[in-house]
Each structure stands twice: as structure tokens, then as C-alpha cells.
Ligand binder design. Structure first.
Ligand code: ADP
Ligand code: MG
Length: 482
């Protein structure tokens, strides 16, 4: 989008990521998505008098993993605070969150837009519990409440007002999604609401130091919508200023049916949530040893893996970035690379035919039944000239993909698609082809080199497609040039 030259956009994002723990942040209720409504709610989730919350250690660990991956400072002395407000899907009347001690302070996340790379500065990452869900679209006259989600652990990842375009915001949320999946702390599923984004947007004249008045677009549930909502807001805010209007601080919502936003409420002054430390939860202190243990358990991060794919496996920058799309993809690549040195082919197969199969089947690399060593066998057969790529991808791959067959050579034989690359057999066909077109031979020798294809075609026909075309060309050139 082209922004009027005088203005610049400033964006800060708040991303909520549901942590992939089996139970809730303060009790043992399950967090299974899609369970029948109101079946995962104990008195603790409901905040009944006398019920006692207890912190889920796994959730704390997951938050620390994210902080370490983002280079945040881990805050050692923590407490949970009650954020008080009324909402029908908030059964307790308060949300347990962190207030003055977010578990991770600061940090940075790498983004790339076109060819320029930079870091987006984080303000904090804090732990909090999710609310329930108000459902407006089942009953025409009533709002229904499902409290299963109440108490599900979240981390909220808050940036500084450090982004300047919808494209940067798109790249940032894409990176966050990749990172939480990579770390195994959140499934990143935006359709199911495991990852949601609020976008704070303001505009100001270029060169102006003071931030403009912001609007906040709530609950964006896809990365594309994050981008569209920001594009729309930037244009809308600039238009208000251009026409001499005043921007008021507002909370807005995105309408995906026409890619616009609409106001939900004006936010003239800060809400007073009456935060206070939750008296039922003891403050918790994190030891260096504990933080270190988590650090040692972290996987190698995407940026470092990308570098390794380029230096150790000679992949192009583009392929390396594609393979680094997820940790599962990287693991598969590295497993296959143990069985062949044709790394470029492994990447081509993985990013081409196999990926389109996975996309169609809605699967990922962890779920792929085709074993990495079988893929390596397939690549070796092509390299040896016994198979050509198009036959391998259109005929052989479909037979191997579900993992029921693993002997590539046997499959190729069964389908009768093995290429003949035995020189004696090839020579017989090549000689026959040359003998059948004496006038073409003369033309070729006079310089009409394009006729090579005619000879190759003749051999192809005689061999019923089984002659390795590369070897055939080599032999033909040798013989025709004699
Ligand atoms: P709140 O708690 O009301 O949402 P915060 O101060 O925590 O407010 O800020 C939330 C997000 O809004 C942060 O990502 C921050 O960077 C961003 N933000 C704050 N002021 C502005 C502004 N003027 N323009 C753009 N983003 C802003
Ligand atoms: Mg906010």
C-alpha cells in the first residue's frame, strides 16, 4: 500500500497464544478444543467461593521458552494479579493475569519484508488465563455462553510501537506463529483461536516524535486479516487527518465480509481494573538453575537452522527459508540428508510434489508416512538415470506416499517405468535410429544441430519411453559427430 508521503504509520501488536498444556492455568480441567460446551469447568474455573487455584508449572515453563527464544529478560520474582471487570464470559468477575511483573521483559523478534531484515522490539510477554466464549450466531435471540475456554493458559506477547506497515505486521505475526509452533508451546491454529492478534494503529506526520492517537482493532483471527485491518485503518486515519478531523482513541472490530473495521467503543480514559495481587496464589520465584535447564532444552532456533542449511547443505537462501517453515520440515530434511548427498533434490521434492500432497491432504511433515530414507532412495534412482523426475513424481510418488510400499525399485519395476541406461541396450536403439534417417544424419553433420531432438524422439519411441534421454543424447552426439 502506498501511504501519503507526509505520514508514517506506527503499529504495536498484542498477540495472545494459547499454551498447548493439557490442563488449565490454575486447575486440572482439560483444555481440549471442541469439547461439548461447558463440560470442562470445575468450581475453580468458575471461581466458586472456597475454591483454590494452583499454578500449572508447564505453562510457566512454556512462557519462559518463548521469552528465551525472543531474547527477553526472564523476570525472576513473579506474582499473579486479578484484573477486575464484568463480562458474561468471565465467570469469576476477574481475570488472573500478570500486572507489574510480566514473566518476560523486553526481547526482539526477527522479521523480513522483501529483502530487508530487522528485529521488532518486544515490550513484554506475560501469562494470563483466557476467558470463556460468548456465542452470538447459534440462537437468533440469545447469546450463548461456553465456559470451556475460561482458564486456558495464554501468553500475551506485546510489541513496542515498533512496526511501520501492514506488511511488517504480517511478517511479524507469521514469525510469531512459526516460533510458538517451533517451540512446541502453542499449535498456532488461528482458525480455532489458538493465536489471536489485537492491532494498535496510529499515524503521524513524518519526523514527528510524539505518537499519534491510536485505535485498537481487536481479535484478528488470521494473519491476512491482521494485514487487511491495518491497511484499512492506516488509510482511514490518514483521511481523517487530511480532512482536518481529530482521531479519537477507539476500540474497533474487523468485518471480514468487506475488509473494513467498525467502532465498538470509545476509549477516552484508561480502564480501571483495580489490579491487586491474587491472594489465593503465592508469588513464585524462578531460580537461575531452572531457567538454565529450560534454555538447554530449547531446539535450535529457525534463524540458526536457516544458516546451517545454507552453509552445511548448500541450499539457496530461498529453499533454506522454506524448509525452515517448521521444525517438522527441518527434521524431515535432515533425516533425508543422512541418506543422500543430493540435498538440493531433497529440498526440491519436499517443497514441490510432496508439499502439494501434504497441502491437499491437510497434513504436515510429522504426519508424512513416506519415510525420509525412501525419499532418498527415489532420488538415488533418478540420479542413477534409472528413473526420470516426471515419472517419479507422477507415477511412483503416489505409490510411496502412504508408506505402504518402501521398495522404490520394486515399485518402478512393477509399473514398468524403469529407464534403460545400460549402454549396450541404448546403443542398439541409437544405431537403429541413426540408420533409419540417413538424410537427417547428413543435415545434422552440416550443422543443423536441432535435429538431435528428432533422433532422441526416435529412440524414445523404440524403447517405449524406457531409454534414459540424457544418456541417449550423449551417445547420439558422440556417434553423429564421428
Ligand atoms: P493497553 O493495555 O491499553 O492495550 P498498552 O500500553 O499495553 O495498552 O499498549 C498496547 C499496545 O499498543 C502495545 O503493543 C503498544 O506498543 C501499542 N501502542 C501504544 N501506543 C501506541 C500508539 N500511539 N500507536 C501505535 N501503537 C501503540
Ligand atoms: Mg490492548
Amino acid at each position: 500500500m502506498t501511504l501519503s508521503k507526509q505520514y508514517e504509520a506506527v503499529i504495536g501488536l498484542e498477540v495472545h497464544a494459547q499454551l498447548a498444556t493439557n490442563s488449565k492455568l490454575f486447575c486440572s480441567d482439560a483444555t481440549t478444543f471442541g469439547a461439548p460446551p461447558n463440560t470442562q469447568i470445575s468450581p475453580i474455573t468458575m471461581g466458586h467461593p472456597g475454591s483454590l487455584p494452583k499454578t500449572n508449572k508447564k505453562a510457566v515453563e512454556f512462557a519462559i521458552r518463548m521469552g528465551l527464544a525472543c531474547n527477553s529478560t526472564i523476570v525472576k520474582e513473579n506474582y499473579f494479579a486479578r484484573k477486575n471487570y464484568f463480562y458474561p464470559d468471565l465467570p469469576k468477575g476477574y481475570q488472573i493475569s500478570q500486572h507489574t511483573t510480566p514473566i518476560c521483559a523486553g526481547g526482539k523478534v526477527p522479521i523480513q519484508v522483501e529483502s530487508s531484515k530487522r528485529f521488532v522490539q518486544l515490550n513484554r510477554i506475560h501469562l494470563e488465563e483466557d476467558a470463556g466464549k460468548s456465542i452470538h450466531d447459534i440462537d437468533p435471540s440469545h447469546t450463548l455462553i461456553d465456559l470451556n475456554r475460561a482458564g486456558t493458559p495464554l501468553i500475551e506477547i506485546v510489541t513496542e510501537p515498533d512496526l511501520n506497515s501492514a506488511e511488517e505486521a504480517f511478517a511479524y505475526v507469521t514469525e510469531i506463529r512459526k516460533l510458538v509452533q517451533w517451540l512446541g508451546i502453542c499449535d498456532g491454529n488461528m482458525e480455532e483461536g489458538s493465536l489471536r492478534c489485537d492491532a494498535n494503529v496510529s499515524v503521524r506526520l513524518k519526523g514527528e516524535k510524539k505518537l499519534g492517537t491510536r485505535v485498537e482493532v481487536k481479535n484478528l483471527n488470521s494473519i491476512r486479516n491482521v494485514k487487511k485491518a491495518i491497511e484499512f485503518e492506516i488509510a482511514r486515519l490518514v483521511e481523517i487527518l487530511e480532512s482536518g478531523g481529530t482521531i479519537i482513541q477507539q476500540t474497533r472490530s474487523f468485518d471480514a465480509s468487506n475488509d473494513t473495521t467498525f467502532a465498538i467503543r470509545d476509549k477516552e480514559e484508561a480502564n480501571d481494573y483495580r489490579y491487586f495481587p491474587d491472594p489465593d496464589l503465592a508469588p513464585f520465584v524462578l531460580s537461575d538453575a531452572y531457567i538454565n535447564e529450560i534454555k538447554l532444552g530449547l531446539p535450535v532456533l529457525p534463524a540458526a537452522v536457516e544458516e546451517k542449511l545454507i552453509t552445511q547443505y548448500q541450499l539457496s537462501k530461498y529453499d533454506a527459508a522454506q524448509i525452515c517453515e517448521s521444525l517438522n520440515t527441518v527434521k524431515y530434511f535432515e533425516a533425508a540428508a543422512k541418506h543422500t548427498t543430493n540435498y538440493k533434490s531433497v529440498a526440491n521434492w519436499m517443497l514441490g510434489p510432496i508439499k502439494s500432497y501434504l497441502n491437499d491432504a491437510g497434513l504436515n511433515y510429522r504426519e508424512l508416512a513416506l519415510q525420509p530414507n525412501t525419499l532418498a532412495d527415489l532420488i538415488q534412482l533418478i540420479e542413477a538415470g534409472q528413473l526420470n523426475f516426471s515419472v517419479a513424481s507422477s507415477k511412483i510418488l503416489p505409490q510411496l506416499i502412504d508408506g505402504s510400499k518402501t521398495d522404490v525399485l520394486a515399485v518402478a519395476k512393477e509399473l514398468n517405468v524403469l529407464q534403460v541406461n545400460d549402454v549396450d541396450a541404448l546403443e542398439t536403439w541409437v544405431d537403429a535410429a541413426i540408420a533409419s534417417m540417413p538424410d537427417k544424419v547428413i543435415e545434422y553433420q552440416k550443422g543443423k544441430k536441432g535435429l538431435l531432438g528428432v533422433f532422441v524422439g526416435a529412440v524414445k519411441k523404440m524403447s517405449q519411453g524406457q531409454a534414459d534421454p540424457n544418456k541417449v543424447s550423449e551417445l547420439l552426439i558422440k556417434k553423429l559427430n564421428k
